[in-house]
Design a protein around this ligand. Structure first.
Ligand code: HEC
Ligand code: HEC
Ligand code: HEC
Length: 114
């Protein structure tokens, strides 16, 4: 039986569609509202940080690339509250500030929004 070109074209389109979804989904949302407890949640520019830092594991070495990963790990005791905040977010922003470079927020209310 000769392969039907229409079937091949449709199959290729379907595969391309799913590949595009997978590629887009891998990067996660452009912005994420991170759970921040009583101080208020933290609006986070995910895509801008990906572009700046060029290495997912700067952050994802201690929590997976999943929705609400940090919150779930804190609830199960796998991650201490404020660890991501202190050892990643604030640490880096302070280092950039010390180096005289443009840096992210360092004070509570510039990150946490009620
Ligand atoms: C500056 C830190 C940082 C960098 C760098 C970073 N991420 Fe994230 N990412 C986060 C945070 C914070 C979350 C939110 C986790 C949560 O909701 O608990 C997250 C969540 C995600 C999620 C899940 C999003 C969702 O809600 O469905 C995906 C997927 C993801 N990241 C992919 C990536 C990829 C791919 C890269 C590299 C190209 C990357 N991230 C780089 C901090 C970062
Ligand atoms: C650079 C942004 C940033 C700054 C500045 C910042 N935070 Fe956070 N904070 C976060 C993020 C992100 C989380 C969630 C991840 C975690 O627990 O490490 C968080 C989590 C917390 C939590 C734990 C919430 C919970 O219930 O798990 C508390 C409490 C907190 N912050 C208080 C503060 C206080 C007080 C200050 C000022 C001294 C401050 N934060 C400054 C980003 C920030
Ligand atoms: C390894 C370094 C690094 C880490 C880790 C990091 N940031 Fe940043 N952040 C930056 C830099 C650099 C800027 C940009 C300053 C500029 O260009 O104005 C920035 C800017 C920001 C801004 C201002 C909006 C923007 O994107 O310009 C927010 C809000 C912010 N960071 C939140 C966070 C939070 C929350 C975390 C932790 C989940 C985090 N950052 C982790 C380096 C970092």
């Amino acid at each position: 039986m000769k392969p039907n070109p229409l079937v091949i074209a449709v199959a290729a389109a379907v595969l391309g569609f799913f590949a595009a979804i997978a590629a887009a989904a891998n990067h996660g949302p452009e912005t994420i509202n991170i759970f921040g407890g009583q101080s208020g949640n933290v609006p986070f520019t995910h895509a801008q940080h990906q572009n700046r830092l060029n290495d997912c594991n700067v952050c994802h070495s201690i929590f997976p690339q999943e929705t609400d990963a940090i919150k779930r790990m804190k609830e199960s005791g796998a991650l201490k509250p404020k660890k991501v905040m202190n050892l990643q977010c604030i640490k880096c922003h302070k280092e950039e500030k010390r180096a005289g470079k443009p840096h992210g927020p360092i004070t509570c209310s510039t990150c946490h929004k009620k």
